[in-house]
Design a protein around this ligand. Structure first.
Ligand code: MTE
Ligand code: MO
Length: 224
């Protein structure tokens, strides 16, 4: 399945047609309205369309990760590197949040009820060093994405294990995924396995293919 024209770091087995289509959208600036919106006043960000189902979007690889084998590592510029097992995670406070999802391919979905571990709680355990300014995150399907540390360190960002009271399904990233509701949903890695704190930004899978390094839907930060 390897293709010599792929950018470095393309995971084997991915849906290459989907990747090329989305790269073209970034080049064309598809869906850009040229406006911004205020989350205090408007519920739907510019250029978005409301859906009531829950679409599945990924690179076409949906890894099976058993809870018994699941582990989350938090490493890099931290005082206390963590490698947490499922049991370690379940022993931490379990929190609940309801929020809206905004995917850069245009769909938004309201009122998603999540349960999981607050990223702020995890970062408080790991203790970021003063030089830590960004994170790069890795998933079991080879996906990566990046965030400024302040965008990750928010109480409502969950390492989600449940949705609407039920364990998160594999297709939506179970047994655990990140949920960063204030940014486009590509910043919410499914099947997450590692969060590394780093001094400078390091672009992830979509970010090297023309997508924005931050991805605020209210500012229409779709593309770089
Ligand atoms: N590991 C991984 N996480 C991922 C992706 C992916 O391909 N792999 N796709 C992202 C994108 S583009 C979106 S819109 C959401 C989709 O999540 P969902 O399938 O649960 O709706 O997951 C994000 N997280
Ligand atoms: Mo997406």
């Amino acid at each position: 399945m390897t293709d010599e024209t792929q950018p470095e770091g393309t995971p084997p087995g991915i849906k290459e047609k989907l990747v090329r289509t989305k790269e073209r959208w970034a080049e064309e600036g598809r869906l850009l309205t040229g406006t911004t919106a205020d989350p205090a006043r408007d519920r739907l960000p510019p250029g978005q369309r409301l859906v009531t189902d829950w679409p599945v979007l990924d690179l076409g690889i949906q890894p099976t990760v058993a809870e018994a084998q699941a582990r989350l590592d938090i490493d890099g510029l931290v005082e206390n590197p963590l490698s947490l097992s499922w049991a370690d995670l379940m022993a931490l406070p379990q929190r609940e949040w309801r929020n809206d999802i905004h995917c850069v391919t245009q769909w938004s979905r309201y009122d998603n009820d999540w349960r999981g571990i607050s990223i702020s709680d995890l970062l408080a355990l790991a203790r970021p060093k003063a030089e830590a300014a960004f994170v790069t995150m890795e998933s079991h399907d080879g996906y990566t994405t990046n965030l400024p540390l302040p965008d990750l360190d928010r109480a409502e960002n969950l390492l989600a294990t449940h949705w609407e009271g039920k364990p998160l399904t594999r297709q939506h990233g179970g047994p655990m995924r990140l949920v960063v509701p204030h940014l486009y949903f590509w910043k919410s890695p499914k099947w997450i396995r590692r969060i590394s704190l780093i001094p400078h930004d390091k672009l992830g899978f979509w970010e090297v293919r023309g997508y924005h390094e931050r991805g605020d839907p209210w500012l229409e930060e779709r593309y770089a």
